[in-house]
Write a protein that binds this ligand. Structure first.
Ligand code: G3P
Ligand code: CA
Length: 353
């Protein structure tokens, strides 16, 4: 049922392809083109044939504890175009960089006896109440700043555990502003609002704080090197009219894409961030999602390529990340997320050779 709904929406998008393609031909810029990427130089059918962006997923998180300034710095050193901070909110309403609303897996909080009594059952609807943890929303920024990040991904080096602080979103924007990519371009920042409905229920709506932080760092104008992303269609719909910055709708699978497309007014996003398998049929051919999005002028940025965790779903069959990147670049994606930016940069460089 969900698949047929999705196919209906993809068909609807494709039906308008000719009209949209005409509009696109006269479109001066596409999302991301303002980042100094030259249109017309890329052999695959990305929007305006613009070179795809390498987006460092949680920083160079394959090699450093995720969501730390050191992980973002290594990403830039390796040639990434964008750094990705996932955002959650503290008890005192500050946006901080964490993937999760809890702290046990990415910080050393378990080794802080002063916080031992603060461990409690989940009230985040994403997790069952049986999950006991320390929750970001229970801690002030000052308390969180006493913690240090750890590597959470099994099998990755723990050499840097316990060394790096949790940055605020403001810290990341200041870091981005003070640096350049390896090729001398402005650093693109790709923030994700994590669990915005949960945070709003706690009294911390996220849209305005995100936009205010961007404005405070001069990243609010049209063409600024920013993409704002979320998995929650109501949040995407809420924030889209509040800013001229591109907004990206994240979808975890084909059913989630169908659900987002079924919401009134869809597609009300400038970019689509699908999990990689959404873009393919089992036989390795295109699912049509890239083509349909491009027909609407919507950029496509799939996630997440990992050197140490090749995808097991067809058509990837556990192939190395570089091979999966190559097959995905051939579809014409406009960028992609990877935990290993060096592999992504190499794959992009090799693609047009
Ligand atoms: O935001 C793109 C990708 O990061 C989505 O997955 O769970 O790693 O934030 P997640
Ligand atoms: Ca993310």
């Amino acid at each position: 049922m969900l698949l047929s709904i999705m196919q209906k929406h993809i068909t609807a998008l494709l039906t308008s392809a000719a009209l949209a393609a005409t509009a696109l031909a006269s479109c001066a810029t596409a999302p991301g083109q303002s980042l100094g990427q030259s249109p017309g130089k890329w052999s695959a059918p990305s929007l305006n044939h613009t070179k795809p962006l390498v987006i460092a997923h949680r920083g160079a998180s394959g090699l450093r504890p995720e969501h730390t300034i050191e992980a973002y710095k290594l990403a830039l050193d390796q040639g990434a175009d964008c750094i990705e901070p996932d955002l959650v909110m503290t008890k005192d309403g500050v946006l901080v960089d964490r993937h999760d609303t809890f702290l046990s897996t990415t910080t050393n909080i378990a080794g802080h006896p002063e916080f031992a009594s603060r461990k409690r059952a989940s009230t985040d609807p994403e997790f069952p109440s049986s999950r006991e943890d320390w929750w970001v929303a229970d801690f002030t920024l000052a308390e969180l700043k006493t913690l240090r990040a750890i590597q959470s991904f099994p099998g990755r080096s723990k050499e840097f555990d316990g060394q790096f602080a949790i940055p605020t979103f403001g810290d990341v924007l200041a870091f981005a502003k003070a640096n350049r990519t390896q090729s001398g371009k402005v650093v693109c920042v790709y923030p994700e609002a994590k669990s915005p409905a949960y945070h709003a229920a706690l009294g911390h709506p996220m849209a305005l704080p995100i936009l205010d932080a961007l404005k405070a760092h001069g990243f609010d104008r049209k063409g600024a090197p920013i993409f704002i992303q979320s998995f929650e269609p109501p949040f995407v719909k809420e924030i889209q009219p509040l800013t001229e910055l591109p907004i990206v709708m994240l979808v975890a699978d084909k059913a989630a894409l169908a659900e987002a497309l079924a919401t009134p007014g869809a597609p009300y996003w400038d970019g689509l961030g699908p999990s990689i398998p959404v873009l393919f049929n089992a036989d390795g051919t295109s699912s049509g999602v890239v083509e349909a999005a491009h027909a609407k002028g919507i950029a496509v940025h799939p996630w997440t390529f990992r050197d140490d965790a090749p995808m097991r779903a067809a058509p990837f069959n556990s192939e190395p990340a570089a091979a999966s990147m190559k097959r995905t670049l051939a579809l014409g994606v406009d960028g992609f997320f990877t935990d290993f930016p060096a592999t992504g940069v190499t794959a992009v460089a090799a693609f047009n050779e």
